[in-house]
Ligand binder design. Structure first.
Ligand code: CDP
Length: 214
């Protein structure tokens, strides 16, 4: 039997990561937050005082990534967000990170979340969710996340940064953020984490006949 791939894509702070972790636990699958690959690449460039928009520098950083880079504590925050989106728009960076993502999923199935999982990384995945929410709801979630880490920020500014990164992710030529034709749309604007998980499980069961084991 082919191992199950659950592809979760969507804009920034839509709740992809929380949902991905919960579905991974339900289905007994490993989880890969693919945003971490781009975040860690951007961080390596920043560490070396390089320009995240420079293709050669960013590609070298992507090729030099080590598993421990993904566990770094400084991969989130406005500077890391912007560096991740910059390196992610470079085709050579995306190419350098593709095999790792495919190997991760092929081994024993996986839940992967990102921007291009259902369109590029695993276009044949049987289970694809496109998770979104209003920009206001997503800005508020990101603002709360920052507050929870003790980082004071301005809500309007955080919401503007979320919108700006979505626009950049959607407009780029390389693997732009978009809903795959066969992805199930899940709007989490009015849903908390429990309700989002319940809705995702219902969509997978009713529309794809996919249910957790046991
Ligand atoms: O957590 P959040 O939704 O804010 O972002 P993320 O999923 O960690 O992704 C950070 C950035 O990496 C995004 O803004 C994209 O530019 C890029 N990314 C991508 O291009 N493709 C992916 N599969 C995952 C992330």
């Amino acid at each position: 039997m082919t191992p199950l791939i659950i592809a979760i894509d969507g804009p920034a702070a839509a709740g992809k990561g929380t949902l991905a972790k919960r579905l991974a636990a339900r289905f007994g699958l490993p989880h890969l937050d693919t945003g971490l690959l781009y975040r860690a690449t951007g961080r390596r460039v920043l560490d070396a005082h390089g320009d995240p928009a420079d293709p050669a520098t960013a590609e070298a950083a992507a090729r030099a990534l080590r598993p421990e880079d993904l566990a770094r504590a400084d991969l989130r925050g406005p500077e890391a967000d912007a560096a991740a989106a910059s390196v992610a728009s470079i085709p050579a960076v995306r190419a350098a990170l593709l095999d790792f993502q495919r190997d991760f999923g092929r081994a024993r199935g996986a839940v992967l979340d990102g921007r291009d999982i259902g369109t590029i990384v695993f276009p044949d995945a049987p289970a694809k969710l496109f998770v979104t929410a209003s920009a206001e709801a997503r800005g508020l979630r990101r603002w709360r996340e920052l507050a929870g880490r003790g980082l004071a920020a301005d809500l309007a500014e955080v919401t503007a940064q979320v919108r700006q990164r979505d626009a950049q992710d959607a407009a780029r030529a390389a693997a732009p953020l978009r809903q795959a034709a066969d992805a199930l749309l899940l709007d989490t604007t009015e849903l908390d984490a429990d309700a989002t998980e319940a809705r995702a499980l219902a969509l997978l069961r009713e529309r794809r006949g996919i249910v957790p084991p046991g």
